[in-house]
Design a protein around this ligand. Sequence first.
Ligand code: ADP
Length: 403
Amino acid sequence: MIILVLNSGSSSLKYKLFNMPDEELISSGLIENIGDAHKKPVFTYQNLSHGKIRNETACKDHRHAVELVLDALTDTTGGSLINLKEIKAIGHRVVHGKDIFTEPAVISDDSIAKMKKLTELAPLHMPVNIVCIEECYKILPSITQVAHFDTSYYAGMPEFSYLYPVPYDWHKQYSVRRYGFHGISYQYVNETASLLLRRPLSELKLISTHLGNGASITAFSHGLVLDTSMGFTPLEGLMMGTRAGYFDPAVIPYLISKTGYSLEDIIKKLNNESGLTAISGIGRDMRSIIDACKGGNSRARLAFDMFVHTLRKYIGAYFFSLGGADAIIFTGGIGENSPEVREAVFENLLPLGIIIDKKANLSIKGSKTGFINSPLCSTKILVIPTNEELMIARETWKVKSNQ
Ligand code: ADP
């Protein structure tokens, strides 16, 4: 069964075409810089056994991006499909499902209308997620389409974790609470960890970290979320590429009075000009930061140390809350590829019995999966490259197969 997966970000559209349930990847691609005033959109894709094609494109918005992807799939010179009707189902990633969408939802006028009401909870992502869904629904109305929410995996999180200690009616009236994100990624890495550990998720205590430009950490107890670092929005929690993470909100009125910034300016700065970018002074890319550390750049070193320190604090808190962990999992661009970050996170943890195998750690990067803990260590440390598109394809296949 051919399944198309679309994963739209604020300025990008990623796709993968799978043959399910064999999980065979038929083609994949990415359009970047959509709607960016300073950079030209670039479309990189690969069909069947053909080589990679990389073109600048005149893609003006996400609606147009969907059309370009569908055209590329049926391109007469090397497209993967003869006709779009070969696609039996489409899976879409949607960032926020609030407490309304606790499982994948079949696309209909009704589910789209419900999603539109959630736009204000993730204003950068929800509008583009919905535009992509609407465009596919318009072009391919008879194909089953399914929305998968990054927040759904948190459905079982306990109230004592998801509530903020703020006036109770903020929660009751305005749904102010912690929702959690990166759920599709966590579902994928946790299910992979369960296979590697040869134990069912219902028996495991896991601490999973997704460290990309956006970064989060989640504690899982016996298959359910115990706690997570991202909150009402993906701004809370760990220090990230450009996001501040946890931060005292009392600074906001103080800064407004001192600087004349508007509230909107400050929220924008906390989202786009904070985190690694702000502290390093050389951008958000962990590779450049590590290189600069090696060259003696003290701001880059400070950014690295702050990133690691924050991560250690959360891992420590979750380790304690869970009463120990069977495994600590690393995924996302930094988690999968940076032995330096992973080694620093586990420095001096001998008293807790958590010891990294330095040689194994150095060897695992660039899409490799493996254990990086010392054999003496009862808490395993795992690196698992995430595959959100495959997770969406699996779940879409389940929905389609049950129709
Ligand atoms: P996104 O959250 O945008 O999906 P990714 O998961 O692709 O991000 O992660 C991107 C980040 O991964 C980059 O900012 C870069 O810092 C980091 N990264 C990628 N490769 C390496 C590497 N070899 N060493 C350290 N960091 C890396």
